[in-house]
Design a protein around this ligand. Structure first.
Ligand SMILES: C[S@@+](CC[C@H](N)C(=O)[O-])C[C@H]1O[C@@H](n2cnc3c(N)ncnc32)[C@H](O)[C@@H]1O
Length: 214
């Protein structure tokens, strides 16, 4: 069974694209994509042999040999030429930055990226490289995870507010985004009550403005 987080990622992948899942320790996402007819071919990429063996075991267990192909690779360094969509999820920002720095982003149709840390730094990276954020989703799976889909079309740098909260999320303002903002505001408020830091007060006011469309 796929987690809510990985299901959200799967739903953001365009149909019939060859997918490369970077850091695919159990190959669960690529297997799900084939089983649900989202794609006909996917790669499970892993930097470490142990997790790659777990991926291979699952590929065999699901009888998906030749449809899900395991690849030993640091990021996209050994990715085959037919890859169209890249998924990078469940890692910290600096690992993601290393993977993006060491690939040719223009070669791929789209990236779906979920960082466990520093989502604002990830958006800053995309902004600094003039990349386009085409979709963003928030999923609550014991924690609020943000998933960002982007491509290499040129985009002017994003504003500070867009980098902090997400350009697509700010426009769509769906319920889960408002729940996320409420949770963030609560956390800032708790720290503010102890520290009385002016910068935190500003954040709380900023979140209120977004939540109540002021
Ligand atoms: C916590 S798991 C996340 C697995 C899965 N992607 C997910 O979202 O649940 C992170 C995996 O990424 C792998 N990894 C870390 N750095 C990597 C890199 N530079 N290239 C490929 N895999 C990497 C690790 O070996 C580990 O198996």
């Amino acid at each position: 069974m796929l987690s809510k987080r990985l299901k959200t990622i799967a739903e953001m992948i365009d149909n019939n694209k060859v997918v490369f899942d970077v850091g695919s320790d159990h190959a669960l996402l690529p297997c799900f994509l084939i089983q649900h007819g989202i794609t006909q071919k996917a790669y499970a990429g892993e930097i470490a042999k142990g997790p790659l063996n777990n991926a291979k075991d699952n590929i065999e267990r699901f009888r998906l040999k030749y449809k899900v192909i395991p690849v030993l690779s640091d990021g996209l360094m050994n990715a085959p030429d037919d890859v169209e969509t890249v998924v990078i999820s469940g890692m910290g920002y600096y690992t993601i930055e290393h993977i993006l720095d060491n690939c040719d982003i223009n070669k791929y149709d789209s990236f779906i990226v979920q960082s466990n840390t520093d989502v604002d730094k990830l958006r800053t990276y995309l902004s600094d490289h003039n990349l386009t954020i085409i979709d963003e989703q928030i999923v609550y799976d014991g924690f609020f995870y943000q998933v960002i889909k982007f491509n290499s079309d040129f985009h002017d740098p994003y504003s500070e507010t867009e980098i902090e909260y997400g350009p697509v999320l700010l426009k769509r303002r769906d319920n889960i985004f408002l729940e996320y903002l409420n949770d963030l505001k609560d956390r800032y408020q708790k720290i503010y009550e102890k520290s009385h830091k002016e910068s935190l007060y500003k954040k709380i006011v900023e979140i209120d403005k977004i939540m109540y469309n002021k």
